[in-house]
Design a protein around this ligand. Structure first.
Ligand SMILES: NC(=O)c1ccc[n+]([C@@H]2O[C@H](COP(=O)([O-])OP(=O)(O)OC[C@H]3O[C@@H](n4cnc5c(N)ncnc54)[C@H](O)[C@@H]3O)[C@@H](O)[C@H]2O)c1
Length: 295
C-alpha cells in the first residue's frame, strides 16, 4: 500500500472546498505541505489549521491563471522540501451562462483557472517526479461535468472535458515511458464546498464592471442556481477519505456519485449510434446529482 507519511504534497485551491479539505487530510496523514490559493486570507486559515495538527506547511499565494505564478509555486515548494510526491490541482472556478450570452473574458478565465493551471503544473512537476526515487501521484480535479453534459454551463463542461481528456492522454504517455508517476482524475457531481463564491476569486484582468452582462437577469439566475446546486450537494466531510483511499488503490477515475454511473454509460452507448443530447432523457439523471453517499 502507498504510504503518504513524511511525503510532500503540493495542493492548489487550498483556501476553500476540496483543496482545503484535502490539505487537512494530508496533514492528518503526516504529510509535509505546500499550499497555494489566490485568496490569501483563506490560505492563512488553512495554514493555521494545518499547523494545529503538527504538520509542516508553507503557504504560497498564487493566481493559477498566471503561468509565472505556477512556476514560482513549484520552485518555492522545491526550495523548501526538495521533492514533490503528491500534486493536487484543485484550484478552480465554475461559470454558468449560455454561449450566446457569456462574455469571452469568462471563457478565458475558466480555461486558464481550471485547465491551463493544471497543464502548467504538470509540465513542471512531472519532470521533477521522474527524477525522484519512488512513486509520484498527481490528482487533477475535474468534475462529473467532464464525463457527461447538461444545459447552461458550456464553458464549464468544455473545460472539464478538456481536463479529463488531457489527464487520460498524459497517463498513456507516462505508461509508454514506464514513468514512476501515476495520474488520477476526480469527477464528482455536486458537493457542498464554497464553489458558488467563484465571483469572489475573479482576477482583476478578467474584470469589466462596465459590461452589462454582470447585472443581467441571466447572470443573476446563474449565480442563484449555482448556490442552490452546491449547497444541496453531498456533504464534503467524507470526500477527502474517499479520495486518499482511491489514490492508495491507484484508481484513475475517482467518482463519488454512483447514481450518475448510468448517465456516463448512456452517453457512451449513444455515441456509436449517432444519438445526441436529449433534454427529456436527461431529467432523471439530474435528480441524481444531489445524492449523498455514505462513506
Ligand atoms: N463543489 C462541487 O460540487 C464540484 C463538483 C465538481 C467539480 N468541482 C471542482 O472542484 C474544484 C475545486 O472547487 P471547490 O468545489 O473546492 O470550490 P471552492 O470555491 O470551495 O474552492 C476552490 C478554490 O480555488 C481557489 N481559486 C479560484 N481561482 C483561483 C486562482 N485564479 N488562483 C488560485 N486559486 C484560485 C479559490 O480561492 C478556492 O479556494 C473546481 O475545479 C471545481 O470545478 C467542484
Amino acid at each position: 500500500m502507498k504510504v503518504f507519511k513524511n511525503k510532500v504534497a503540493l495542493i492548489t485551491g487550498a483556501g476553500h472546498g476540496f483543496g482545503r479539505a484535502l490539505s487537512l487530510e494530508a496533514a492528518q496523514r503526516g504529510m509535509k505541505l505546500a499550499i497555494a490559493d489566490i485568496d490569501k486570507k483563506a490560505l492563512n486559515k488553512t495554514e493555521n489549521d494545518i499547523k494545529k495538527t503538527g504538520a509542516k506547511v508553507i503557504s504560497i499565494p498564487t493566481d493559477v491563471t498566471e503561468e509565472k505564478d505556477i512556476d514560482a509555486m513549484v520552485k518555492k515548494t522545491m526550495a523548501e522540501y526538495g521533492e514533490i510526491n503528491l500534486l493536487i490541482n484543485s484550484a478552480g472556478v465554475a461559470i454558468p451562462g449560455p454561449i450566446w450570452e457569456l462574455p469571452t473574458r469568462d471563457w478565458e478565465w475558466i480555461l486558464h483557472a481550471d485547465l491551463m493551471s493544471q497543464v502548467w503544473a504538470l509540465k513542471r512537476v512531472i519532470p521533477i517526479m521522474r527524477k525522484q526515487k519512488g512513486h509520484g501521484d498527481i490528482l487533477n480535479v475535474a468534475s462529473m461535468a467532464g464525463l457527461i453534459t447538461s444545459p447552461l454551463m458550456p464553458a464549464y463542461y468544455a473545460t472539464k472535458f478538456a481536463v479529463v481528456g488531457m489527464t487520460e492522454a498524459v497517463e498513456y504517455d507516462l505508461q509508454a515511458e514506464e514513468a514512476n508517476v501515476g495520474l488520477h482524475v476526480f469527477c464528482p457531481a455536486f458537493v457542498q464546498t464554497d464553489l458558488y463564491h467563484t465571483e469572489e476569486h475573479r482576477p482583476e484582468k478578467y474584470t469589466d464592471k462596465s459590461d452589462p452582462y454582470y447585472s443581467s437577469e441571466i447572470f443573476k439566475e446563474g449565480q442563484k442556481q449555482a448556490k442552490k446546486d452546491i449547497t444541496t450537494g453531498m456533504p464534503l466531510d467524507n470526500v477527502p477519505k474517499i479520495i486518499f483511499k482511491a489514490l492508495e488503490d491507484d484508481k484513475f477515475y475517482i467518482l463519488t456519485h454512483p447514481g450518475m454511473n448510468p448517465a456516463i454509460v448512456a452517453r457512451a452507448k449513444n455515441i456509436p449510434s449517432g444519438k445526441g443530447p436529449d433534454l427529456k432523457a436527461l431529467a432523471p439523471f439530474m435528480e441524481e446529482t444531489h445524492e449523498v453517499e455514505e462513506g
